[in-house]
Design a protein around this ligand. Structure first.
Ligand SMILES: CC(=O)SCCNC(=O)CCNC(=O)[C@H](O)C(C)(C)COP(=O)(O)OP(=O)(O)OC[C@H]1O[C@@H](n2cnc3c(N)ncnc32)[C@H](O)[C@@H]1OP(=O)(O)O
Ligand SMILES: CC(C)C(=O)C(=O)O
Ligand SMILES: [Mg+2]
Length: 569
């Protein structure tokens, strides 16, 4: 057999260069395990907002702020107040309206320019605690193209900016505790020793000590390497840095390569203390790292994210309202389809998994919600984020018996025997092949009723008169409509079903019925309980299942026999 040879994609890949590896042979992060949540900072109102087609109105910003507070974020970057009157007045609105809880620190971003720093500081008057966040780009490309400045001049922008922050916050210090964050923008594309040199110089100015931390935020402003490179950069930086005990190393990953979550997690393993990101990965270009995915990834590993994602749909709806952008239906943990299985083998495994959890819970006498989660294809229990199981299993042309059976059991308590499941799933398959698309639970129920419960010809049970033991045998008298005409039938047999079958086999219609299998179960408990009966019959040369539901189990069984007969082609 010849293996087909791949052809060149024909694109100009030679214009791009691989990112060189970091020389760190004794790296320790690959064998670390994340055991606690980092300090989180939400930049939804800054980096997220600056990248929206339609930046948030004050009302939308307030909704976002309230959501972030409610979820548990304690550090929130609320804007770039020197950028616009809208941003400035939103910060004022938060402070003057007393919207910032005591345990929440807001921060504002500024370039290292005195007028902008001064304006940013003014925006914070009256808040008990806030962080000023200053940035300047330090990477070679930016030094050459944007700033046209030498390394020393770039370092000087950072140093001077820090001095200016300290100068301008002087007047606030009586009423406000001011913290400081510095970002060497484009950290990941900058020579590590130079980033370190700039950060050390900034720290020399700020003078961190016990009770006076500095946040050094090391952004992947444009993600340009594999996640392991970011981890190496963070481990290298963290090891070299002086005053490490009073420095918070913060990550600010963007998602240009689609690997921001992975890069963040590896960089956390490499020693970072803090993570900046946005809900659902909003932010410039492909966005900032997604705080929902990061938090829920921790949760799914048994680590408390220190954020409440318990009503994921409400969080998603609020973010969609604020950003006016939709969350993808397959977004991890939150998308419409992420706890949904369409394909047959997945549905089968999920159904068995959920039943197994219920069995374990019953055995241990505790609610399912207290059992350690382990279910095929479902990394977390959808109920933990406020979803229900109803939406888990959905049926289309790729679905098998398990999904259909699951819907009938979950929605109508009908627990079909295995071969009946196979038979009914073929009925559904005919429907999906003919119509295409998804079959909703309502469709499934209507098809099921039409197929098994609602057919009334040629037979329809009118009433069961007697069912009594007659010696070894059961005797039965029933009134049945046969082709619309009422008839009283009598029969005997080993049990009421056999008696009924012998009676209908006496009819001139030549039904030729034999019972092959039988199952029954209660549908509900209590005085008005219903029972379901399933009978597999040979009717002439066809093998057919019938289903009957009734308050009386004997009547349910007879209805099931009639159901099978009426389904005969
Ligand atoms: C990676 C990030 O997300 S960084 C945050 C980016 N966010 C934003 O920029 C949103 C808000 N910004 C704005 O609205 C505007 O940029 C403003 C109002 C702050 C400033 O606007 P302008 O004064 O028109 O300047 P502009 O934004 O074009 O800045 C370019 C100038 O600032 C300099 N500059 C850029 N960044 C910085 C910085 N961090 N520190 C100091 N100077 C800087 C540039 O070198 C350039 O200088 P030049 O004019 O001498 O060539
Ligand atoms: C301002 C900085 C932290 C930034 O947003 C980035 O580098 O992406
Ligand atoms: Mg950013």
């Amino acid at each position: 057999m010849t293996i087909p040879q791949q052809q060149t994609g024909g694109m100009p890949h030679e214009r791009y260069r691989a990112f060189p590896p970091i020389d760190l042979p004794d790296r320790t992060w690959p064998s670390k395990v994340i055991t606690e949540a980092p300090r989180w900072l939400s930049t939804d109102l800054r980096d997220g907002n600056q990248a929206l087609i339609d930046p948030m109105s004050p009302a939308r910003k307030m909704k976002m702020f309230e959501l972030l507070v409610k979820m548990g974020y304690k550090e929130i970057e609320v804007g770039f107040p020197a950028a616009s009157e809208t941003d400035f007045s939103f910060v004022r609105q938060l402070i003057e309206g007393d919207h910032v809880p005591d345990d929440v620190t807001i921060s504002v971003l500024t370039q290292a320019r005195e007028d902008l720093i001064e304006r940013s500081v003014q925006s914070l008057v009256g808040v008990p605690r806030a962080n000023i966040h200053l940035y300047n780009a330090v990477a070679p490309l930016f030094r050459r193209v944007v700033f046209r400045a030498s390394k020393d001049e770039i370092k000087d922008i950072a140093v001077r900016g820090t001095q200016l922050v300290m100068k301008h916050v002087e007047n606030l210090l009586d009423t406000t505790v001011i913290g400081y964050e510095y970002s060497p923008e484009i950290f990941t594309s900058t020579e590590l020793p130079f980033s370190l040199e700039v950060c050390e110089a900034v720290s020399d100015v700020w003078q961190p000590e016990d009770g006076r931390e500095i946040i050094l935020n090391l952004p992947a402003t444009v993600e340009s390497a594999t996640p392991n490179v970011y981890a190496d950069q963070i481990e290298w930086f963290s090891r070299q840095l002086t005053r490490r005990e009073n420095t918070v190393i913060s990550l600010h990953p963007h998602n240009d390569r689609g690997t921001a979550v992975a890069a963040t997690e590896l960089a956390m393993m490499a020693g970072a203390d803090r993570v900046e990101g946005c809900l659902f990965g909003h932010g410039e270009r492909t966005g900032n790292v997604c705080l929902v995915t990061l938090g829920m990834n921790l949760f799914s590993q048994g680590v408390d994210p220190m954020i409440n994602f318990g009503d994921i749909d409400e969080i998603r709806r609020t973010v969609e309202y604020c950003t006016q952008l939709p969350v993808h239906p397959r977004h991890p943990y939150a998308g419409d389809l992420v706890y949904t299985a369409f394909s047959g083998s997945h549905q089968d495994a999920i159904k068995k998994g959920l039943e197994d959890l219920e069995r374990q819970a019953a055995e241990q006498g505790i609610p399912v919600g207290q059992i350690a989660w382990e279910a095929p294809y479902l990394p977390i229990d959808p109920k933990d984020v406020g979803r229900t199981y109803e939406a888990v299993i959905r049926v289309n042309s790729q679905s098998g018996k398990g999904g259909v059976a699951y819907v009938l059991k979950a929605e109508h308590k009908l627990d079909l025997p295995r071969r009946a499941q196979i038979e009914f799933s073929r009925v559904i398959q005919q429907h999906t092949d003919a119509e295409g698309g998804e079959v909703t639970p309502a469709d499934i129920w209507s098809i099921f009723r039409g197929e098994y419960l609602d057919r009334e010809t040629p037979l329809k049970l009118n009433s069961v008169h007697t069912s009594s033991a007659a010696g070894e045998k059961d005797a039965l008298t029933v009134n049945v409509y046969v082709d619309g005409e009422i008839r009283t039938l009598e029969g005997t047999g080993n049990g009421p079903i056999a008696a009924f079958v012998s009676a209908i086999n006496e009819l001139p219609n030549d039904f030729d019925v034999r019972v092959l299998d039988y199952a029954e179960h209660a549908l509900s408990s209590g005085g008005d309980a219903l029972a379901a009966a399933y009978v597999e019959c040979a009717v002439g040369d066809e093998i057919l299942w019938g289903v009957g539901v009734d308050a009386n189990i004997v009547t349910a069984s007879l209805k099931a026999v009639i159901s099978a007969v009426n389904r005969r082609a």
